[in-house]
Write a protein that binds this ligand. Structure first.
Ligand code: UD1
Length: 374
């Protein structure tokens, strides 16, 4: 069985590399990787960390390019890659433009598609944008649906997908099993400052398109108010390289006492920082899974989430994007340690860190059954 895994942004890489390594370990599986490089700087560090080598690289990243530019670059580039690789199955992840375009390219080549992290939904087409639509379209294009939770599987069934849905857990938790280490020494210089961890440390990330510009500006103002109200607080904000994000964040937070802005962190630094935090404020998806797995409460800086499981389990709360709403939600936890600790104790709904093994087992069994039948 030849499997071609396609990914291009950092979060996809963190969640696909454990699966790529698992596939490579299996006898009888030929595992190839195509990077689209929708992101460049962010991506390399992750593949290096996991020791994953690219067989193909579409090199689509350009500064400030449009969504159509990314989509067309991936769709066109995949045509040659599929012609040369001839895989039995193409694996894509989640909801990026890379995933959706690669799934469409595989469909055009009549190659089966496996969708990892399938079935997440907000049912609001512009939230998150364009990810909600990317993941719905990818579900229609996919032949195998690897849902992290029963909720994801249920969403797919409600949309009329009846076959080949598997609940596997989230492969992001597989990555955490190898990255979080006691006594870890950070590679980012700013994180080696012990003062950062002498009081309470809050991790902040915000980059979503639908939060640019207003949401991100409100988030920054709330961060500033939190530092003024809680002098022991240290907020660490690794700023996304997107120039549209940096233009908002740097002027608002660069010189604020208590706020440490860093360049994007590599995966080891990020996971180990998260493990040492009191609280996370984020509009990202992956941190909503990683926080509960590491018993760190998460406030989501959005009005909705496609990951309601952890909200229901009690480890995650929606804080919205208004300055007051964010300030109040964070202050409530900073003022009330027992409430914060109760969130930290919630059980993670995203699996046991062995999702990649399940996905590899399912693919191998399906392929063996197909070979036997054919
Ligand atoms: C993309 C994904 C989003 C994911 C996010 C993680 C889509 C539609 N969105 O959003 O789901 O949460 O990645 O980061 O696929 N840039 C660099 N260097 C990098 C990465 C980005 O300079 O390593 C800059 C470029 O100017 C690029 C811009 O960031 O044009 C935006 O990147 P893009 O991939 O279009 O969107 P993201 O907001 O990163």
């Amino acid at each position: 069985m030849k499997v071609l895994s396609v990914f291009g942004t950092r979060p996809e890489a963190v969640k696909m590399c454990p699966l790529v390594l698992e596939l490579a370990r299996r006898p009888g599986v030929e595992s190839e990787v195509c990077l689209t490089s929708q992101h460049r700087e962010l991506l390399c560090g992750v593949t290096d960390l996991f020791g994953v080598k690219a067989d193909y690289d579409l090199d689509v990243m350009r500064s400030r390019q449009s969504l159509s530019d990314i989509f067309c670059g991936v769709l066109r580039g995949m045509e040659d890659v599929l012609r040369s690789s001839r895989p039995d199955v193409v694996l894509v992840h989640g909801d990026t433009s890379t995933s959706c375009a690669a799934a469409l390219a595989a469909f055009y080549a009549k190659i089966p598609v496996g969708h990892v992290e399938a079935g997440l939904r907000t049912y609001r087409r512009y939230f998150p944008f364009p990810e909600e639509m990317n993941r719905r379209l990818t579900a229609d294009l996919a032949d195998y649906h690897f849902a992290p939770t029963a909720r994801g599987a249920q969403n797919l069934r409600a949309e009329g997908i009846t076959e080949n849905i598997y609940v596997t857990g989230n492969t992001g938790l597989d990555a955490l099993r190898t990255t979080v280490r006691p006594g870890y020494v950070f590679s980012e210089g700013a994180l080696r400052d012990s003062a950062l961890f002498s009081g309470r440390t809050v991790l902040l990330t915000a980059h979503r398109r639908e939060n640019i510009p207003d949401g991100i500006a409100s988030i920054c103002r709330a961060a500033k108010r939190l530092c003024a109200a809680y002098p022991d607080l240290r907020i660490v904000y690794p700023v996304h390289p997107n120039p549209a994000v940096r233009e908002i964040v740097l002027p608002l937070l660069e010189k604020v006492p208590g706020v440490t802005l860093t360049e994007p962190l590599d995966t080891l630094d990020m996971h180990n920082l998260l493990a040492r935090c009191t609280l996370v404020l984020t509009d990202s998806g992956g941190l909503q899974e990683e926080g509960p797995a590491l018993h760190v409460p998460v406030l989501v800086l959005r009005g909705e989430t496609e990951r309601p499981e952890a909200v229901e389990a009690g480890g995650v709360r929606l804080a919205g994007t208004s300055e007051n709403g964010i300030f109040r939600a964070a202050a409530r936890l900073l003022d009330n340690e027992s409430e914060r600790a109760a969130m930290a104790c919630a059980v993670s709904p995203y699996g046991d860190g062995h999702a990649s093994e399940r996905i590899a087992d399912i693919l191998a069994a399906r392929f063996a059954a197909g070979e036997a039948a054919g």
